[in-house]
Design a protein around this ligand. Structure first.
Ligand code: BMA
Length: 335
C-alpha cells in the first residue's frame, strides 16, 4: 500500500509550481477576430501606451504563408481589442529586399532617451531570417532602419537604455557553435559590434539543448535583467517549444548570474498543443501592471493564436534563487 507520504513525494517530484498562470479567456485573439482575411495570428510584441492602453503588434500570416505585423489595442489587455483595419507594417521588398518572404516575431522596447518605441523583428530573406529594426512613436508611422543583423539571426530585443554609453541588442545567430543567445553593442542602433556570447544552449538530453532564443524583451529588476528564453527540443514527432528563466548583470548583461535548470512553462493546453505548428508557446512581449510586480505575458500558441499568462516578477526571482545556479557561461575561447 502507498503511504500518504510517498504519494506526496511523488506528486511533488512530478509537478512543478505554476509560475505562469494562463488566463481563463485564452486564447485571447485568433484569426477569426481579424477584420480582413488571414491564415493565423500569433507571436505578438506588447507594450503599454501612455494612456494605459495595451498595444499588441501581432504577427499575422496571410493565406500565401507570408507574415506582416498588425496592431491591436485594448483598454484592459484582455478583451475588447480594436484591430487595425489593414496591415500596420507590411514587408516592403522593393526597398528592403531582406523582407521578401515577410516580417515576423516583433519585440517592442520603449526607449525613454529616444521617446520612441524600438521594434525589432525578423525579416525573412532569401538568405534566411535576419534582424530588422524600426522606430515609431505611435505604431502608425515607422522609421525603418532596415536589416541590422544578417541571416541567419533572429529572436532579438533592444535593452531600453544604453549600457556604458552603448545600445545593447540581444539576438540569436546560428553559428557553427550552435543556436545560442548573443549580445552586441552599438553607438547609434545601426552599426553593431563587440559581440558577446550571452547564454548557450545546453547539449544532449536537456530541454534547451542545441537551440535557444530570447522570448520577450528582458525585464529590468533591481537584481538584474530577468530573461525568459525559449528552448527547442527536437523530437521524432516535431519540435517542442518551452520557456526557461535566467538572470543577467544589470551593467554587464552578457554575465549570467543565475539560470534555472528546468523549464517553467510549456505547451499543455489544447490551443498550445494543436495548431499550424503543434506544441509551441512563444512569447514576444509583456506588460507590467501598476503594482510593478505582475507581468502579463503575451504568447503565440501553436502558431495559431495569441494567449495570455500572468506571473509575478518577485516569484520568478524567488524561483531562480531556489532552483537556479550560477555558471560561467562566457567561453571567450570559443569566439
Ligand atoms: C520559430 C519561429 C517562430 C515560430 C516557431 C514555431 O523558429 O519561427 O516564429 O512560432 O518557430 O513554429
Amino acid at each position: 500500500m502507498t503511504s500518504p507520504e510517498t504519494t506526496l513525494v511523488n506528486v511533488e517530484s512530478t509537478h512543478y509550481p505554476p509560475l505562469l498562470l494562463r488566463h481563463p479567456g485564452n486564447p485571447i485573439l485568433t484569426g477569426k477576430d481579424w477584420p480582413y482575411s488571414i491564415n493565423s495570428v500569433f507571436n505578438a510584441g506588447a507594450t503599454l501606451l501612455p494612456d494605459g492602453t495595451t498595444l499588441l503588434l501581432c504577427r499575422v500570416e496571410d493565406r500565401r504563408g507570408l507574415s506582416h505585423l498588425c496592431a491591436a489595442r485594448s483598454q484592459n489587455g484582455v478583451d475588447g481589442w480594436q484591430i487595425d483595419r489593414e496591415p500596420t507594417l507590411m514587408p516592403k521588398p522593393q526597398e528592403y529586399p531582406e523582407e521578401i518572404w515577410g516580417i515576423e516575431d516583433p519585440r517592442i522596447t520603449f526607449v525613454p532617451e529616444l521617446e520612441q518605441y524600438v521594434v525589432t523583428y525578423t525579416s525573412y530573406s532569401r538568405g534566411g531570417p535576419g534582424v530588422s529594426l524600426a522606430l515609431t512613436k505611435d505604431f502608425r508611422s515607422f522609421e525603418r532602419y532596415g536589416v541590422i543583423m544578417p541571416p541567419d539571426d533572429k529572436d532579438t530585443a533592444l535593452l531600453p537604455r544604453r549600457i556604458n554609453g552603448y545600445w545593447a541588442l540581444i539576438h540569436r545567430p546560428m553559428t557553427a557553435l550552435g543556436a545560442h543567445m548573443w549580445i552586441s553593442y552599438s553607438p547609434d542602433l545601426r552599426y553593431w559590434g563587440r559581440h558577446r556570447l550571452m547564454l548557450e544552449a545546453r547539449r544532449g538530453a536537456w530541454w534547451d539543448a542545441n537551440k535557444i532564443g530570447l522570448s520577450p524583451p528582458p525585464i529590468e529588476t533591481p537584481r538584474g535583467w530577468l530573461v525568459l528564453y525559449h528552448g527547442v527540443r527536437h523530437t521524432p514527432s516535431g519540435c517542442l517549444y518551452r520557456l526557461g528563466l535566467a538572470l543577467f548583470d544589470l551593467e554587464k548583461p552578457e554575465r549570467c548570474l543565475l539560470r534555472g535548470d528546468s523549464w517553467i512553462f510549456g505547451p499543455e493546453a489544447e490551443y498550445e498543443c494543436r495548431g499550424d505548428v503543434d506544441d509551441v508557446v512563444f512569447p514576444c512581449g509583456y506588460t507590467t501592471n501598476p503594482d510593478g510586480d505582475t507581468i502579463n505575458i503575451y504568447y503565440g500558441a501553436a502558431d495559431c493564436s495569441i494567449a495570455l499568462a500572468r506571473a509575478s516578477v518577485r516569484t520568478l526571482l524567488d524561483w531562480l534563487d531556489a532552483h537556479g545556479s550560477c555558471e560561467r557561461r562566457q567561453r571567450s575561447e570559443d569566439l
